[in-house]
Design a protein around this ligand. Structure first.
Ligand code: SF4
Length: 211
């Protein structure tokens, strides 16, 4: 796909989803770090139902570091993988306090030194908190849609991201993160893509091979 086509594809998605934004609720940078961790293998909707009570109990990063692990596990239980997530949240809070003076760091490299924060999470934090997207967060939707359209043949998120970065102009990084998620949730649904109403079908390999 050439640059003109990819821009048209993104513009079509923007028209389809003019309100596409991050769907995790947060007020502080560290709250987003926590919400992103909780969202692994869990819907954003469930995370948003879980975090109000959690953020009420843990108002500061110090609170997240100090909370008893069993209490934290109970609070985040609905999001699944709660033992691992609780361990990472506590350790991450301690690292932010000890290594970054209590402030969520501002670079991909530093963010990825935190427990439970990989490249995808760091991309989300750079975009949503610092409004400085460095790459593209490849989640399950971005992965599936990139493969279906033919933007990447790879299965590994890091390789898919590299393929996307090669063809996407930087000014679109901020949009594409949200647009692929919204397209995956609303139209290019995993088990039953609604190809007939899809605004980017003319660019899609899957569509041209099956229609
Ligand atoms: S045409 Fe179908 S498979 Fe292709 S992106 Fe659209 S909904 Fe997904």
């Amino acid at each position: 796909m050439n640059k003109k086509d990819i821009i048209e594809l993104i513009e079509n998605l923007k028209k389809s989803y003019p309100d596409a934004t991050c769907s995790l609720d947060f007020e502080t940078p560290f709250q987003l770090v926590v919400a992103v961790m909780l969202s692994a293998q869990c819907t954003d909707e469930r995370v948003n139902k879980t975090t109000p009570k959690l953020f009420e109990r843990c108002k500061t990063i110090q609170d997240f570091s100090d909370i008893d692990i069993t209490e934290l596990e109970e609070l985040i239980h609905p999001c699944g993988f709660y033992k691992n997530k609780a361990k990472n949240i506590k350790l991450c809070a301690k690292q932010v306090l000890e290594n970054f003076n209590g402030e969520v760091p501002h670079t991909m490299e530093e963010l990825m030194t935190l427990a439970g924060v990989g490249r995808k999470s760091a991309n989300v934090i750079m975009l949503e908190v610092f409004k400085d997207p460095q790459g593209i967060a490849v989640d399950t939707h971005a992965k599936r849609i990139s493969n279906l359209i033919g933007l990447s043949k790879h299965k590994e998120p890091e390789k898919i991201e590299q393929d996307l970065l090669k063809i996407l102009p930087k000014e679109y990084f901020k949009d594409v993160n949200h647009l692929l998620v919204w397209h995956g949730r609303n139209t290019c649904i995993a088990r039953k893509p609604k190809c007939d109403i899809c605004s980017i079908k003319k660019f899609c390999n899957y569509y041209s091979n099956n229609h």
